[in-house]
Design a protein around this ligand. Structure first.
Ligand code: PXP
Length: 239
């Protein structure tokens, strides 16, 4: 079975537009679970532009499926993650000026820091995943640094047009084989939507997709529960 992790950051983005208490991402998580989400994903950014510390704390107490915390390597955030001990922690790059995560993390740049953080998160009981581009050297680094899983960045696939779509898909497929051979769990995400998710869900090694923007965007029209249900259906059909 392929799991759907629903990223609810944008529910918090809407709340922060008015700096009020609604819509509450904690309510969104419950709605997503009722729609069939296998996981709830949130990114606690250093600038707290959407999800905040209170959300993470309450979601840890209330989410019944898998809570996946996206996080950078900044010490303050690592300490919160270790204290919270989410079911899964996904290490992502973070730049203050970016609109959203712009690519995979470079695991080769600060290898010893990455290895130490992975160790601390695993000791806390979390499954630890690395959000990387589909590149051999990043995949091999993730293996040697002790990660349990790799989330492949699908942004370039999602942004591709024409023949480039197949080329990007082939790149993801080759990376999927390598990740599987190394015995790591395969996840993917970023830019996936109702139109382009099928071929990624069809990769035989795929275990989890993390999708946010498209689901929250559709929820505006049909409600979050229904939007999640429709995406879950596509994952099953993709298989
Ligand atoms: N996976 C990771 C690691 C991300 O950073 C994001 C965006 O926050 C997503 C998945 C979801 O991306 P999107 O909102 O484009 O579906």
């Amino acid at each position: 079975m392929i799991e759907l992790g629903v990223n609810i950051d944008h529910v918090a983005t809407l709340r922060q537009a008015r700096r009020t208490y609604e819509p509450d991402p904690v309510w969104a998580a419950a709605e997503a679970e009722l729609g069939g989400a296998d996981g709830i994903t949130v990114h606690l950014r250093e600038d707290r532009r959407h999800i905040n510390d209170r959300d993470v704390e309450l979601l840890r107490q209330t989410v019944q499926c898998k809570l996946n915390l996206e996080m950078s390597l900044v010490e303050e955030i690592v300490e919160i993650a270790v204290r919270t001990a989410p079911a899964q922690a996904t290490i992502v790059p973070e730049r203050r000026e970016e609109v959203t995560t712009e690519g995979g993390i470079d695991l080769l740049r600060d290898g010893s820091r990455v290895t130490a953080v992975v160790k601390r998160l695993k000791s806390a009981g979390s499954v630890v995943s690395a959000f990387i581009d589909p590149e051999d050297k990043q995949i091999d680094a993730a293996k040697s640094q002790g990660f349990d899983a790799i989330e492949l960045h699908t942004g370039e696939y999602a942004n591709a047009h024409g023949a480039e779509v197949d080329r990007q898909l082939e790149r993801l497929a080759r990376a999927a084989e390598r990740i599987n051979r190394l015995g790591l769990r395969l996840h993917a995400g970023h830019g996936l939507n109702y139109r382009n998710v099928g071929p990624v869900a069809a990769l035989p090694q795929m275990r989890e997709l993390n999708i946010g923007h498209a689901i929250v965007g559709r929820a505006v029209f049909v409600g979050l529960r229904q939007a999640v249900r429709e995406m879950k259906d596509l994952l099953v059909i993709g298989r």
